[in-house]
Design a binder for this molecule. Sequence first.
Ligand code: GRF
Length: 207
Amino acid sequence: MLRVVVMVSGGGTNLQAIIDKTASGGITNIQLVGVISNNKTVKSLERAKAAGIPAVSVSPRDYENRELFHQALLEAVDGFSPDLIVLAGFLVAIPTAMVQKYENRIINIHPSLIPSFCGVGCYGLKVHEKALARGVKITGATVHFVTEGMDEGPIISQKSVEVEENDTPESLQKRVMEQAEWILLPQAIDDIANGRIAVENGRVIRK
Ligand code: GRF
């Protein structure tokens, strides 16, 4: 049984997809042991509570400096003894010490087809603003392992989504979440929990 911690920053729709798929048997062999948010007052903490999952918030505002915040964040993660850490709309850069300690055990959902529209400053709605500004006809989402770089880790899965003529960043974000994110992230967790994938030479392979 894989112990899974989910890290969130906002609405928690990806967290909800994981909760729902676990309840329906779409994800097997995991236990959702904790939710960690960097914001105190977000809907994602309510979602965790409603699902009976222990939730804590670790806010940068409560610490004198970044280093102390990073230490507190890692302590909160360690406290759940996770086998897998899932960044589900988590908007804080993961401390190097945490990436090293949990190598190939942290995954992230990014709302574009990496390597397009990713990296520093590319998160949430900004990703879709850039996709629309570039005029791409296809976008999508990517699940990848987290490494020290931003959105540079081995890619686990991707799913494409059509861009429509009159899309706004909001309408495109909604479609990418519904048609890609909420499908890819639970599937990746289920694949990892059931030993279907591994990382070899920086690439994800299917066993
Ligand atoms: C979504 O755009 C997701 O792609 C990104 O964070 C945003 C909010 O996700 N990673 P959620 O509703 O908090 O899961």
